[in-house]
Design a protein around this ligand. Structure first.
Ligand SMILES: C[S@@+](CC[C@H](N)C(=O)[O-])C[C@H]1O[C@@H](n2cnc3c(N)ncnc32)[C@H](O)[C@@H]1O
Length: 260
């Protein structure tokens, strides 16, 4: 039954999630208490959230370009902006966590796979030292994101349009090594693994990779499990909705479910 693997993922989280009392590595204890569970690094997100609210109320329809498995592309789907905003955007709780991580680790170059209307991109770009490279395949969607970036005067975001299957490798040819990657585009097993392998060839010791919707489907649970077991991943954190990966070679391999 289709719901079962998803339920298993959520149940594993529910029964295994721990808090700071189970974290004995100083790096992880500090990260959890000062960033993941603490709000002291939070910013003022009111301007971004005002845009988010406008999108939720917007009843205009747009035509979407959707990417399926392999090279199939569907351009026939029309949906309201409000409906897309309700179903596709990262929740403010998680976007705020990404902002705190960026600030805490002084992250500079960020890759976001899946822009949608750019609300999460604006959180990523809020710490002004960052350069955000956000990837979107649907032109109508990307145009709304670009308008949103102009509305708040965010000049540190570059939208890379086209199918990520092609655009990500060309982007990495330009020799940018990302400090953070947020994978929130094609929630299928094969592309998730394919993008992860590409990121691994271009990351560095302190790169942070965040994967959204790790328990959303059987395919995503499988991809997440395999990625956590990859020898280059030294710390994997399951926050239920998303997973965070570290590659630091001074950490010994560990996996945690964390209460968030
Ligand atoms: C879940 S939404 C992204 C939400 C956004 N990160 C946020 O939190 O506001 C996923 C987006 O990825 C785009 N996408 C999915 N597969 C893609 C692909 N293969 N190439 C380019 N864009 C893709 C979709 O068009 C959609 O806008």
């Amino acid at each position: 039954m289709a719901f079962l693997p998803q339920a298993v993922g959520y149940l594993s989280y529910f029964f295994n999630a721990v808090n700071e009392h189970s974290l004995h590595t100083p790096f992880l204890y500090e990260l959890y208490t000062k960033v993941i569970k603490s709000s002291h690094l939070n910013g003022d997100y009111s301007e971004i959230e005002a845009l988010h609210k406008q999108l939720l109320k917007d009843k205009h329809n747009i035509s979407l370009t959707e990417f399926g498995a392999g090279s199939s592309v569907n351009t026939n789907n029309k949906r309201s902006i409000g409906d897309i905003a309700r179903n596709s955007l990262t929740s403010p709780k998680y976007s705020a966590l990404f902002y705190r991580l960026i600030k805490y680790f002084n992250v500079r170059n960020i890759v976001e796979l899946g822009t949608s209307f750019g609300i999460n991109s604006l959180y990523l770009a809020k710490y002004e030292a960052t350069n955000v490279y956000t990837f979107e395949g649907c032109t109508n969607t990307a145009n709304i994101a670009k308008t949103n970036f102009e509305k708040v005067g965010a000049t540190n975001i570059k939208v890379i349009e086209g199918n990520i299957d092609k655009t990500l490798s060309s982007f990495f040819d330009g020799s940018i090594k990302p400090d953070m990657v947020y994978m929130d585009a094609n929630h299928r097993y094969a592309p998730t693994l394919q993008y992860f392998e590409l990121i691994l060839k271009n990351n560095h010791n302190n790169t942070i990779v965040i994967i959204d919707d790790i328990h959303w489907s059987e395919e995503m649970s499988k991809a997440w499990k395999e990625i956590c077991n990859h020898p280059e991943v030294t710390l994997s954190l399951d926050l239920n909705r998303c997973g965070i990966l570290f590659f630091k070679n001074d950490l010994s391999k560990q996996h945690f479910y964390l209460t968030f």
